[in-house]
Design a protein around this ligand. Sequence first.
Ligand code: AMP
Ligand code: MN
Ligand code: MN
Length: 323
Amino acid sequence: MRNNTFEEIAAALAQGKSILLFPHIHADGDALGSCSALCRALRKAGKDCWVLIEDRIPENLQFLDRDYCTTDQDILGAPDLSVCVDCSDMDRIHNRGRRFLSAKVTVCIDHHRTTDSFCDLNYIDSSAAATGELIYGLLTACGAEIDREIAEAIFAAIVTDTGRFQYSNTSRHTHEIAAALYDAGIDAGHICTEIYESMRMERLMIRNMALNTMSTVAGGRAVIAYVTQEMLRETGAFLDETDGIVEELRSIKGVEAAVFLKEAEDGSIKVSMRSKEALNVAEIAQTMGGGGHIRAAGCTLTCSLSDAYDQIRNRLTDGLERL
Ligand code: AMP
Ligand code: MN
Ligand code: MN
């Protein structure tokens, strides 16, 4: 599995005229920040470029979309290039797969450790804290100017995937890039206000209700909580407004692993897993058809909430016993 170089990817981008960017489904700050930064840089270079999404952008990330995002799969027809960003496999391109593959050349820029090189050109670096770090590397390698707007989008990508520079994926390099973004004129305080202090009241209400479902397993070394469609209806919250709850569960003293189960609209169960210092949750997620990182992973199960709960409890207990 060989990575291409940033220079090879930059050359391919330079040759294309129409370029579609694909963040993973249920795009987060890293996926949207990385796509927005790349989209702006490519448009400045004269390309027809759009970010193709298929679901709602979370309220607190909408400031990143300055007319870059579209749900119109035909906006460019078959593009010269498709670039998937922060997205580990075709499953997470979800219903946009046919459009993705209609491009002459496909490119993957990602940092998930479970990603295989599934595109024509690949840059996959699991040591990067965020795909935003890789976008920064790509843009600087091809001599693109990092203007303030691009810098703020990359900062949003990095600040969200590192949990505000706290998680163990944060490195010296992460901070060096952040320093360069300050040089480009970012207002970091304002970006953080947009992301973290622009919540809807409904978000706090669903958090409150979801935290009430919390229970411990494996003698208190793991915690599980869940959210159902009924709870969302009752509070008026969106499913994406439960993002962040699993990290709160992990923050409990003595807890090594936290799992949050989300009943989706179609009845499937989306599983978010986090670990603190020892358990490899990417491995557990992979055995259930998902993937991710060592400390943050997930999968989607097609079973009832209580079956998902039992499965997860067993895997957590096994995993923690083997440590
Ligand atoms: P989340 O809990 O949704 O924030 O996801 C945490 C990590 O797990 C992310 O890096 C995702 O890429 C990965 N992940 C979540 N769900 C899936 C899935 N269904 N398949 C593969 N990876 C996933
Ligand atoms: Mn992501
Ligand atoms: Mn990411």
